[in-house]
Write a protein that binds this ligand. Sequence first.
Ligand SMILES: CC(C)(COP(=O)(O)OP(=O)(O)OC[C@H]1O[C@@H](n2cnc3c(N)ncnc32)[C@H](O)[C@@H]1OP(=O)(O)O)[C@@H](O)C(=O)NCCC(=O)NCCS
Length: 136
Amino acid sequence: MLKFVRVRHYSLAELICEGLELHNFVKRQPEVILKSPHYAIYEGEKLAGWIGCARRRGAVFEVRHLTVRPELRGKGVGLAAVEFMMRLLRQHGAVCCYAHIRRDNIASQSLFQKCGFTLMREGLVRKYLKLLREGP
Ligand SMILES: CC(C)(COP(=O)(O)OP(=O)(O)OC[C@H]1O[C@@H](n2cnc3c(N)ncnc32)[C@H](O)[C@@H]1OP(=O)(O)O)[C@@H](O)C(=O)NCCC(=O)NCCS
């Protein structure tokens, strides 16, 4: 059973930044993690990973900083995290969301496609987008 808990403590944000550098190859400061909604994912008492989002403009959000700890991959945690984030964004009136994913990151692209995201822009970093509401 997975639990999603909003990251509010600096020490946890620091831990996430270390993990992002190690697993996602991005350097972030804890302040960035605390400023916009980020959720730690727990399996029981164990930190299984994290996911965040940021409002970009209007009702458009970026889903970012998704990581599942290596020993817990391949068990549906990533899928549950993206579905959780999409539910949360819908509840907050988001119209669409997107994710930037490196071209060589096959696992993440496959995950987001499975969640209904479609490729919008090619490049070294690809942009995947999903509409969260039907048009009028
Ligand atoms: C990408 C990542 C979050 C996936 O998490 P996960 O918990 O292992 O994913 P899940 O077990 O929920 O898998 C869901 C789907 O993702 C895809 N997927 C996951 N791992 C995959 C792999 N190694 N190869 C190909 N597809 C993969 C599959 O479509 C899978 O569905 P399936 O099991 O029906 O085949 C994880 O590998 C990770 O943390 N990677 C390092 C950090 C990273 O790349 N983050 C994303 C930044 S954009």
